[in-house]
Design a protein around this ligand. Structure first.
Ligand code: NAP
Ligand code: G4F
Length: 344
């Protein structure tokens, strides 16, 4: 029975990956941060189900990527076959407000894991590092592949570039099995509420149901390549099952602007939105009612304008294929919001 250790288990990807690995009969250990209120909502159903079994296979431990002793102690105790390093301060806009914290967790945090595995002499432990299309930033090539040079545009992107290269360095210097996923945006019903897809869907569903609120956004014209987290965690697992450590771009190969995403959600909700005005004064109307406006608050000091990935390598070598397209993704996210609306 394989043992996996997931950092960032309470996040969107951590929840989907836990479920995926439990279904594959792994023993799953996860690292969660101590917080003043419970932060395990995304994985409680898995934990409660496992708790009832004679031999549970799901375990949670307190730890923090910014605390090397906690990381080293847990790796020593668990001796995982596979480590999935998903923990990160993952919000690009927040990384401008907390650049030092972001560098500590998203860059040096990776080093802490690699050093722990090296010092402990766990030669068979494979490590997955959660890299991101944000590393391509001001893109130097379109579409982006494993060979496209990086040009990060945020403290988050810069920290992740360190995580990517230190992983390659440990692979080459110490012959460790360390692989980088370069994942493009992936969303789901479990997406954090301040990321743009979830924010748009939650707000438009509430407006559809009669809320008087306004959806306030930033840049409507950046383009993203959006997939579903369920497909992307399968890619993480496939990356570690490959015969050797390597780097893989995971993307759908299709891109949409934020405005197109809003229009697709509105179409699903049968809301006819018309757009008027330009620049910061652009507004979205439902009939005569202004329901969408823009605020400088949500624009970034430096933006990533356009991302679109080419995952031919993953398709060929690890046989990864996404099952969701943008329509199916939106359908699932919208339906989830309707079911959970009573929570608002
Ligand atoms: P997420 O929902 O924001 O989850 C991040 C997880 O990291 C949470 O469990 C969070 O714990 C934990 N965490 C944050 N700082 C930590 C620290 N210092 N020590 C330990 N844990 C910490 O992110 P996600 O969307 O699942 O993404 C997973 C990973 O993939 C991240 O590394 C992200 O940067 C990367 N990535 C994401 C995407 C995407 O589109 N989703 C694309 C490319 C790469 P709390 O629950 O306590 O906050
Ligand atoms: O949803 P976002 O915040 O995602 P972003 O910045 O692309 O980052 C996500 O994907 C990365 C992979 O490329 C991950 F590495 C990262 O961890 C995270 O999961 O913003 C998407 C776009 C941006 O261009 C942003 O400027 O939407 C634009 N946007 C417009 N209005 C907004 C808003 N973003 C947010 N969060 N909130 C807005 O109101």
């Amino acid at each position: 029975m394989k043992i996996a250790l997931i950092t960032g288990i309470t996040g969107q990807d951590g929840a989907y990956l836990s479920e995926f690995l439990l279904n594959k009969k792994y023993i799953v250990h996860g690292i969660k941060r101590r917080t003043s209120q419970f932060n395990t909502q995304r994985i409680d159903h898995l934990f409660n189900k496992q708790k009832k079994l004679k031999k549970p296979k799901f375990f949670l431990h307190h730890g923090d990527l910014n605390d090397s002793l906690s990381i080293q102690n847990l790796i020593k105790k668990i001796k995982p076959n596979e480590i999935y390093n998903l923990a990160a301060q993952s919000h690009v806009a927040v990384s401008f407000e907390q650049p030092e914290y972001t560098a500590n967790s998203d860059a040096i945090g990776v080093l802490r894991i690699l050093e722990s595995v090296r010092i402990l002499g766990l030669k068979k432990t494979k490590i997955y590092q959660a890299g991101t299309s944000e590393m391509f930033g001001k893109v130097l090539e379109t579409p982006q592949t494993e060979k496209t040079p990086f040009y990060p545009r945020s403290p988050y992107g810069v920290a992740k570039v360190y995580g990517h290269w230190i992983s390659i360095n440990y692979r080459e210097a110490y012959n460790m099995f360390v692989s980088n996923g370069i994942l493009f945006n992936h969303e789901s019903p479990l997406r954090g509420e301040t990321f743009v897809t979830k924010k748009i869907i939650q707000s438009l569903v509430r407006i559809k149901l009669g809320s008087k609120e306004k959806l306030v956004l930033g840049n409507l014209y950046s383009k993203r390549d959006w997939g579903h987290a369920k497909d992307y965690v399968e890619a993480m697992w496939r990356i570690l099952q490959y015969q050797k450590p390597d780097d893989f771009v995971i993307a759908t190969g299709k891109q949409y602007t934020i405005k197109q995403f809003v229009n697709l959600v509105a179409k699903k909700l049968k809301m006819q939105i018309s757009w008027k005005g330009k620049g910061i004064n652009e507004k979205g109307f439902l009939g005569k009612k202004n329901i969408i406006s823009l605020s400088k608050k949500y624009f970034r000091p430096s933006e990533v304008d356009s991302l679109i990935g080419d995952s031919s390598k993953a398709k060929k070598l690890i046989k990864w294929r996404p099952k969701y397209d943008i329509k199916k993704l939106i359908d699932e996210m919208v339906e989830f919001e309707f079911k959970n609306i009573s929570k608002y």
